[in-house]
Ligand binder design. Structure first.
Ligand SMILES: [Zn+2]
Length: 380
């Protein structure tokens, strides 16, 4: 199979191919346009959905891509491969699939991780009427991690301050403070926002209407970024002692979900998380449906040999948004660098992404079919 053919060069291309493939495979499709902006080509920013299978199915696989914008390319390719490889023809009884393309269409179109408001959607799914989680060390790192210029002298100054921080608090504390989510600096890293983003509200609407009759939800949210060559990292956010965690482990293997495996594939101990979509949707569906699944990363970036390289994609995104702008002479090169982290053009990576994604669809759908049969037996 030629894996490269499933990968698009732009969001607009990925979107058109998703729509065409969904139509050809007989899906019921919906489009939700984000009113808050346009793509770099002036085109609309749209979240698209495609439903396959019975509309009243008891089990539904909810599969999303582009929650982190630019990470959408491999997820979009995976969805396209599943649709065009007869996936929709082969669903277990009483099972449906709901594909969501470009949860964050702004980020996908512009080649960025965050939304139109610099919000990390996977920090935005919490109750904004309550006090937001604190991130005590963030203030300190914001001071040195947001240089006005990315010239060598500025980077060296930033690294020296970073090294002093690591001496006091340790390496993990730096990664955790930077990425766990913060609700105080809208121009900073992994900002979670003070209100639900358009993408958050749209996802909640889609889930409220589309999954109202479902009793069992399998969830796969495609992401990318950690160093590697298309291998999957299963980040299951269910309580490790819960039946839902055991369910996901049954689908994908206990080893895949083991924290030791996850940390070693991630490259370090996993940071703290708040406000991720997994928990937001799980809670929304709790009254009528069981929810099992994972955020699944396609490893994608080249191994980063230095701290400066490890945070460079985040640094570039912030600089483009708040310092240099998208018309800066360096902008095209910076966007290409970010792209290479989340969606490289390596052939081996593309082959591994498609192969691993199709296997994941197969095991997840088989698992949902089995879950249905168990429920029928239990009801006998
Ligand atoms: Zn991500």
């Amino acid at each position: 199979m030629d894996a490269a053919k499933f990968f698009s060069e732009t969001y607009a291309e990925a979107r058109m191919r998703f729509i065409d493939a969904a139509r050809a495979a007989g899906a019921v499709s919906q489009a939700y346009e984000n009113p808050c902006g346009k793509g770099p080509d002036g085109g609309p920013l749209v979240l698209d959905t495609a439903w396959f299978g019975p509309e009243d199915a008891s089990s539904v696989l909810l599969n999303t891509c582009g929650t982190h914008g630019a990470e959408g390319y491999p997820g979009s390719a995976a969805q396209l491969a599943w649709m065009t490889n007869c996936g929709p023809m082969d669903l277990p009884p009483d099972t449906a699939v709901l594909l969501v393309h470009a949860v964050n269409p702004y980020g996908f179109a512009w080649g960025l991780r965050g939304t139109e408001n610099n919000v990390d959607l996977n920090r935005n799914f919490l109750d904004h009427s309550l006090p937001h989680p604190e991130n005590e060390l963030y203030e300190e790192i914001h001071g040195f991690l947001c240089p006005k210029s990315l010239d060598e002298a500025s980077i060296q100054k930033m690294l020296a301050a970073g090294a002093r921080f690591v001496e006091r608090h340790g390496q993990w504390a730096l990664e955790d403070a930077m990425s766990r989510g913060q609700y105080t600096h809208p121009d900073g890293y992994h900002y979670g926002g003070l209100a639900p983003e358009w993408s958050n509200l749209t996802m909640r609407k889609i889930v409220a209407t589309g999954l109202a009759h479902a009793s069992r939800i399998g969830f796969v949210d495609w992401h990318s970024g950690p160093a590697g060559d298309g291998e999957l990292i299963h980040l299951c956010f269910s309580d490790p002692d819960s039946a839902q965690f055991a369910r996901a482990a049954h689908w994908w293997g206990a080893d895949a979900l083991d924290p030791k495996t996850v940390n070693s594939k991630w490259g370090s101990k996993r940071p703290t998380r708040r406000g991720i979509m997994f928990w937001g949707l799980e809670q929304q569906l709790r009254s009528h449906a069981q929810f099992a699944g994972a955020v699944i990363e396609f490893r994608s970036a080249q191994l980063k040999a230095t701290p400066a390289k490890a945070i460079r994609a985040s640094l570039l995104e912030r600089w483009l948004r708040f310092e240099g702008g998208f018309d800066a002479p360096d902008a095209p090169q910076y966007l290409a660098e970010i792209r290479e982290d989340y969606a490289p053009h390596r052939k081996s990576w593309q082959i591994n992404v498609i192969r691993n994604a199709l296997e994941c669809y197969r095991t997840t759908l088989a698992g949902l079919g089995e879950w249905n049969r168990e429920s029928l037996r239990a009801a006998d």
